[in-house]
Design a protein around this ligand. Structure first.
Ligand code: DAH
Length: 334
């Protein structure tokens, strides 16, 4: 057989073997067998040297074309086999359950705060906000607590740089002043927020915790309004068996002032009759003077309580530090 007659059958044989290769390793062998250094097609190409000058151009074109075809077939087959190797061996079962993606949830303190806010919204209160970095004026002076006032000792304060006298607010009552300075009466706000005190952490104390402040200013506001409101909110929050008691107390920004005692089945279970839970009172006329409200015209009440305290009571938690450790075993329970 002449040289050119061998090209086509050789190519056809190579293409047939390439098409029949069923895995990548076998395909590599087929490639070596035909166009590797010792390959059959390579051997054919080497015979070109023995052709006459006249035969060579046409034969060269033919054999190169054939080689291009073989290489293209190899590449196409390799792509097919690679894809096949990447596909799952077993058919996919679309009825299998999906992977569980754990969803986050709200921190118990956030849940309690949202519940309290929701109850107050029902009776027309709106949420107000103020800075955690405060000054003496809003945190103390305007609340009728001058520097030499003994009440300042009971709330040991974190001060920032001493020339500025900036501090971390010890209570959310500072926001009462900010809101009243900013708007004319009437006022109906609640202020959930973080507060700071120089306390050592133990089961019932932490250097930072949360409060909710409430302030209601209008004409003819009474202690009865205050008690009714507090009772409404605590019943919504903790159940119908809740009892509330007001005990006379002292705060510099309210007169008269009270502590609110709370009782329900849970408190009884703790072996107590009452648990003190909040401070409150009728807004002191001097505070109204300080913010530019006429105390002859306007009356109001205010209260403040700790959110952790409520959450601990509600969920039966006995150590306040659990709220800040972010242990998932704790958080997952709420
Ligand atoms: N600021 C008080 C505290 O941190 C709580 C408080 C008492 C807030 C009486 C008030 C109030 O608005 O009228 O313990």
């Amino acid at each position: 057989m002449g040289f050119t007659e061998q090209i086509e059958p050789s190519k056809q044989a190579a293409l047939a073997e390439i098409g029949a290769a069923s895995e990548l390793a076998g395909l590599e062998q087929t490639k070596g067998k035909w166009i590797g250094p010792q390959g059959q097609f390579t051997a054919l190409m080497k015979q070109m040297g023995s052709l006459s000058k006249e035969e060579r151009p046409a034969a060269g074109r033919l054999i190169n074309q054939a080689k291009v075809e073989i290489e293209a077939a190899l590449a196409a087959r390799r792509a097919d086999l690679e894809l096949k190797a990447a596909l799952p061996k077993e058919p996919t079962d679309f009825t299998l359950p999906g992977r569980i993606r754990p969803l986050g949830r709200l921190h118990p303190l956030t849940q309690v705060t949202e519940d309290i806010v929701r109850s107050f919204r029902k009776i027309g209160f709106v949420v107000a906000d103020g800075p955690e970095v405060e000054d003496d004026y809003h945190c103390f002076d305007a609340l009728n607590t001058p520097a030499d006032h003994p009440a300042r000792d009971s709330q040991d304060t974190f001060y920032l740089d001493s020339p500025s006298r900036l501090l971390l607010r010890t209570h959310t009552s500072s926001v009462q002043i900010r809101v009243m300075k900013q708007q004319p009466p009437p006022v109906r706000i609640i202020v959930p927020g973080r507060v700071y005190r120089r306390d050592n952490a133990d089961a019932t104390h932490n250097p930072t915790f949360h409060q909710i402040e409430g302030l209601y200013v209008d004409k003819g506001v009474t202690v009865g309004d205050l008690k009714g409101t507090v009772e409404f909110v605590f019943r919504e929050l903790m159940g119908e068996d809740v009892k509330i008691r007001f005990r006379p107390h002292y705060f510099s920004y309210t007169e008269p002032s009270f502590e609110i005692d709370f009782s329900n089945a849970l408190v009884k279970k703790m072996g107590k009759d009452w648990l003190e839970i909040a401070g409150c009172g009728m807004v002191h006329p001097q505070v109204f003077e300080n913010v530019g409200y006429d105390p002859e015209v306007w009356t109001g009440w205010a209260f403040g309580f700790g959110i952790e305290r409520i959450a601990m009571l509600r969920y039966g938690i006995n150590d306040i530090r659990l709220f800040y450790e972010n242990d998932l075993r704790f958080l997952k329970q709420f």
